[in-house]
Design a protein around this ligand. Sequence first.
Ligand code: GRF
Length: 203
Amino acid sequence: MKKLKEKVRIAVLISGGGTNLQALIDAEKRGDIPSGEIVLVVSNKKEAYGLVRAEKAGIATALIKGEEDIDRELIELLESHDIHMVVMAGFLRLVGKAFVDRFPNRTINIHPSLIPAFSGEGCFGIRVHEAALNYGVKVTGATVHYVNEIADGGAILFQKAVAIEDEDTPEILQKRVMEQAEWVLLPMATEYVANRILNGERE
Ligand code: GRF
């Protein structure tokens, strides 16, 4: 890949509240993502509050249907915005081989557990923390990994552990994992991958 002169153009994919997107927006503003620039936020849910966060930050937004041929729909949209890298932040749709091959080692995802624990098809959002509490683990956390066509299946990039406390409910635990792990890891991982792309390094 030819060396990019300017910043890596980043698209963030969301389906919900967008607190991880907000962490990325705030990190970019602080200068913590010098290799990249969030230029597009994409959602498959028009009611996703993350779209409001993007608009408030002056970032372009787009809606996709995200149904049968999500790969083609996403690839066409991202290519039309000259996107180099994709961050999935609470994006609740699986992508296929066509998408993964178009953005190889250029798409990352945040998952609210220490993969492989409490991960995979159907295990997302608050369900992850319910499963951790039901199992009785004493430590959980968050993982940023490269995306492939298997739910939460790509190579792990970063993980951060978070202690579980006696009185934790799923909601209390979710908030702690977000604050102490997700919102720290995702900006750091985004800069790490953007910097590798910027320097034209192959994975
Ligand atoms: C987060 O828990 C994230 O780890 C998971 O989905 C949730 C999204 O939350 N992928 P938000 O939309 O970023 O607030």
